[in-house]
Design a binder for this molecule. Structure first.
Ligand code: ARG
Length: 258
């Protein structure tokens, strides 16, 4: 009896040691970076990162059988970390574009987006063209900044902030007349803050449709398995389930397959 028990305990000990060795020793836990100040895609709830991107990433990584850790790096530092290969990937509502493709790789697209204007109620702004000569805030290095610079050239009226929360704060403080950021983010903020008396203005002529992708250092190792997993969760309805939870409606997945 005693012998049997000892043997059993030994086995448990051995298998525990084996598990520890596998999960920590092999070093294949991926680090994924984000800038958790872009609700509903990624934001902090206490010290937990929550959002559509967070749940999508989790579903993709589970499907791909990859162990990972999501770290809140901040926006500009995330791109530096990708270049230094300090992170294996990033998910942060990041638009796939030609400029970024020169330095990074992307997964297949997972979300369609477009820039949008956030302003105070009673504003005279009706389209992006009306922003000419006005002080407008953007998050530094975003497609919102690029869209404004394309229309009006680089100029000092475009106020660049480290994150989008600060860009919105500048509007609330009266430092700028408008914010330009991704439509879902701007709409979420307006909806959740009725007391701030804000309006959103869309402009499908002057802003272009964009697609988000998971970003990787150039020639990283995981694109293929992540794309396979992404396709699987889009096809099997897991993607739609997460989308509905965060956006309250069915996604148009066909647009991701073009
Ligand atoms: N989609 C825009 C871009 O890629 C803005 C993304 C900002 N994301 C964030 N987590 N702050 O430039």
């Amino acid at each position: 009896m005693e012998m049997k028990r000892k043997f059993k305990m030994g086995l448990i000990g051995l298998s525990a040691a084996f598990l520890v060795a596998c999960s920590s020793g092999s070093g294949d836990k991926l680090t994924v970076g984000t800038d958790a100040a872009y609700a509903p895609f990624e934001s902090l709830d206490g010290d937990k990162i929550v959002g559509f991107d967070v749940e999508l990433l989790d579903a993709v990584m589970k499907e791909a059988g990859l162990d990972y850790e999501l770290k809140n790096k901040g926006w500009d530092p995330l791109f530096i970390a990708l270049q230094n290969e300090e992170v294996d990937a990033g998910i942060s509502a990041i638009t796939i574009n030609d400029d970024r493709k020169k330095s990074y790789d992307f997964s297949s697209p997972y979300f369609e987006s477009i820039n949008m204007i956030l302003a105070k109620e009673g504003t005279s702004i009706k389209s992006a063209k009306d922003l000419e000569g006005m002080k407008v805030s953007v998050q530094n290095g975003t497609t919102g900044q690029a869209a404004l610079e394309k229309m009006f050239g680089k100029n000092e009226n475009i106020k660049k902030y480290e994150n989008n929360v600060l860009a919105i704060q500048a509007l609330l403080n009266g430092e700028v007349e408008a914010v330009v950021a991704d439509n879902a983010v701007v709409q979420e903020y307006e909806k959740n803050n009725p007391d701030k008396k804000l309006v959103t203005i869309s402009d499908k002529e002057n802003f272009e449709s964009e697609f988000y992708g998971i970003i990787f250092p150039k020639d990283g190792e995981h694109q293929e398995e992540i794309n396979k997993a992404m396709k699987k969760i889009i096809d099997d309805g897991k993607y739609a389930e997460i989308y509905k939870k965060w956006f309250g409606e069915e996604p148009n997945v066909d647009v991701l397959k073009q």
